[in-house]
Design a protein around this ligand. Structure first.
Ligand SMILES: *[C@@H]1O[C@H](CO)[C@@H](O)[C@H](O)[C@H]1NC(C)=O
Length: 141
């Protein structure tokens, strides 16, 4: 009897810890050339605790990329696409980096991506408002 009550109370909670998935694809350019070898990362930002790297990939020789991130949780993930690149960057060991929020409607339940966020072609010569520099990424990962 008690066990049944416990099951009824906690089963919905356990069930709500479902798989979540998000897929982003696009292409990077730098002025008038394709930007190969740039790092693209999907990051989950949480209110508490450190950010979580969900997935990472690099742009291919045509500047194209696909990144698919998966996670589990009751709450919907807050996901950012973070790009590291050397377009118009003269400081050799460091990279320019910018984080862009993926619209929450593209974070879905399940284990396959049915609805990719199409980021399109982005010219990374653009100076984004919240751009930063990363000098550790290339050295340590
Ligand atoms: C990484 O990006 C390449 C180029 O778009 C793609 O072919 C490959 O499937 C991607 N790898 C992963 C693990 O998503």
């Amino acid at each position: 009897m008690e066990l049944q009550i416990l099951f009824v109370l906690f089963f919905p909670l356990a069930f709500s810890f479902r798989d979540q998935i998000v897929g982003v694809r696009g292409k990077l350019s730098c002025n008038n050339r394709l930007l190969a070898g740039a790092t693209v990362r999907l990051i989950e930002k949480n209110y508490i605790g450190p950010d979580v790297i969900l997935a990472e990939n690099k742009t291919d020789y045509q500047g194209s990329y696909v990144v698919i991130g998966t996670g589990r949780g009751v709450l919907e993930m807050s996901v950012f696409l973070r790009i590291f690149h050397d377009c118009d960057d003269k400081v050799i060991p460091c990279q320019r980096t910018v984080s862009l929020r993926v619209p929450s409607t593209y974070i879905s339940r399940g284990t396959t991506v049915n609805n990719y966020f199409e980021a399109g072609t982005m010219n990374m010569a653009f100076r984004y408002p919240d751009e930063q520099r990363s000098c550790t990424d290339r050295i340590f990962s």
